[in-house]
Design a protein around this ligand. Structure first.
Ligand code: AMP
Ligand code: MN
Ligand code: MN
Ligand code: MN
Length: 285
């Protein structure tokens, strides 16, 4: 258990808890530093900050950005960002349009597959004005009884190659990293083991990420083999990148919760040692 969790979602994108509920959960679990990193949006941060005001919890403003690298969908988490930055707002507006078009296209496919009016239903299930991801659609498919679990919804409908998959070319990693840096943040390559890349290809991705100005790797996550954590720690020191830790909480479960199993191996440099993190009062390492 760690009191620092730098990757989480709220109803502003595909999380189950509102920003206020997420803050309550963080306080119950003794979290002192929580980054809210919704997909391609920052609209939950203000509410989270207000809910955490006057408590022992510090909110780290962040977002999880969608990028495409060699036909793979890669996520980059931006931490310590100025979420009111103009260039950031411009970027998020562009993503919003792409996401909206894709969500409509996924909805049309699902409607043909037996879920009438899927797009509107997915929006209704999600938070007010939420950024719609495949995660929201998975919940709809499950709630309509078309899949036995969220995972099953992905495997049956939403994964690459499945009937409701829509291929979208997101933004280049370099472009997203520059948006993050321009807003005063640090770019973190999210969950590097979740892309189904060979070690050789993962190294190439990390090389490109670093060349693009990326500064950290997400090394620790909740449900992770010790060998994966060790390998990512090794890559972070080898490539001179800092290390981050995050639950990527969407819906709490016994195996995934805020702060759960998030301890970093000793040899890495935690991302909260970055100059950009100075004003958030992290504990000294
Ligand atoms: P999108 O960015 O719209 O492609 O949606 C990505 C989101 O879908 C991720 O952030 C996860 O929340 C969710 N997701 C992707 N793959 C899976 C999976 N196999 N099982 C459950 N959730 C998944
Ligand atoms: Mn998600
Ligand atoms: Mn992700
Ligand atoms: Mn995430």
């Amino acid at each position: 258990m760690s009191s620092i969790d730098l990757h989480s979602h709220s109803t502003a994108s595909d999380g189950a808890l509102s920003p206020t509920e997420l803050v309550d959960r963080a306080l119950q679990r003794g979290i002192t530093h929580l980054a809210l990193t919704d997909h391609d949006c920052v609209s939950g941060i203000e509410e989270a900050e207000q809910a955490a005001d006057g408590t022992a919890l510090t909110i780290i403003p962040g977002a999880e950005f969608s990028t495409t690298w060699e036909n793979n969908q890669i996520h980059v988490v931006g931490l310590f960002i100025d979420y009111k930055n103009d260039l950031l707002a411009e970027h998020l507006k562009k993503v919003r349009i792409k996401r909206e078009e894709r969500a409509v296209a996924i909805g049309a496919k699902l409607s043909k597959l037996g879920i009438p009016d899927a797009y509107n239903k997915a929006c209704a299930l999600a938070g007010n004005n939420a950024v719609i991801t495949r995660g929201n659609y998975a919940r709809l498919i499950f709630s309509e009884g078309k899949a036995s679990s969220i995972d099953d919804a992905f495997n049956a409908f939403l994964k690459k190659g499945r009937m409701a998959y829509v291929n979208t070319v997101w933004f280049d990693i370099a472009e997203v990293v520059s948006v993050i840096k321009n807003s005063g943040g640090v770019a973190v390559l999210a969950h590097p083991r979740r892309y189904d890349l060979t070690n050789t290809k993962l190294r190439r991705l990390i090389g490109y990420f670093r060349e693009s100005g990326g500064e950290a790797l997400e090394v620790a996550s909740c449900q992770q083999r010790p060998s994966d954590r060790d390998y990512l720690a090794k890559l972070s020191t080898e490539y001179g990148l800092m290390a981050s830790q995050g639950s990527d909480l969407h819906i709490a479960a016994t195996w995934r919760d805020l702060g759960l199993h998030l301890d970093l191996p000793r040899e890495v440099k935690p991302v909260w040692m970055a100059g950009e993190a100075a004003k958030y009062n992290f504990p000294a390492v």
